[in-house]
Design a protein around this ligand. Structure first.
Ligand code: SF4
Length: 136
């Protein structure tokens, strides 16, 4: 499946925040390890700057966003570019299921942090599979 036919899994940029790092790692885990044939990602900055190629890959195409905080930068940016957002994931929501866990820092995750990333990626991957199946 060409990149344009894949579900776009787009994390926020989240620099300087551990939840942003978790969003990025979960997106990469999903597109590189869980669903390489059905999903692809894209740099958020590419979208925010209004790049024509980014728009071609996103506008009216199925997208899943994952954000590190309530500002929802990925969801807002993908929506502004006309992406067909099928689901908006929030790392904060998932962390509520893991109260007291120390996931790491903005630059490095703990083993617990990686375990949560894998869990998030599992949910992203499940949605990718569902959306891909619907498109057949
Ligand atoms: S959603 Fe929050 S963590 Fe992510 S890029 Fe925006 S401000 Fe940063």
């Amino acid at each position: 499946m060409a990149t344009n036919g894949k579900v776009k899994v787009i994390p926020c940029s989240g620099m300087g925040k551990v939840y942003g790092l978790m969003a990025r790692e979960a997106a990469l885990y999903t597109v590189n390890r869980l669903c390489p044939d059905q999903a692809a990602t894209m740099c958020l900055a590419y979208i925010v700057t209004g790049d024509a190629e980014a728009e071609a890959g996103i506008a009216h195409r199925p997208c899943i966003t994952i954000d590190g905080c309530p500002k929802m930068c990925a969801a807002k940016s993908v929506s502004a570019m006309g992406g067909d957002i099928q689901e908006e994931f929030k790392v904060l929501d998932i962390m509520k299921e893991h109260k007291g866990v120390q996931p790491g820092t903005a630059t490095a995750l703990t083993d617990e942090g990686w375990a949560i990333v894998e869990k998030v990626a599992g949910r992203l991957g499940s949605r990718v599979q569902e959306i891909s199946g619907e498109g057949r």
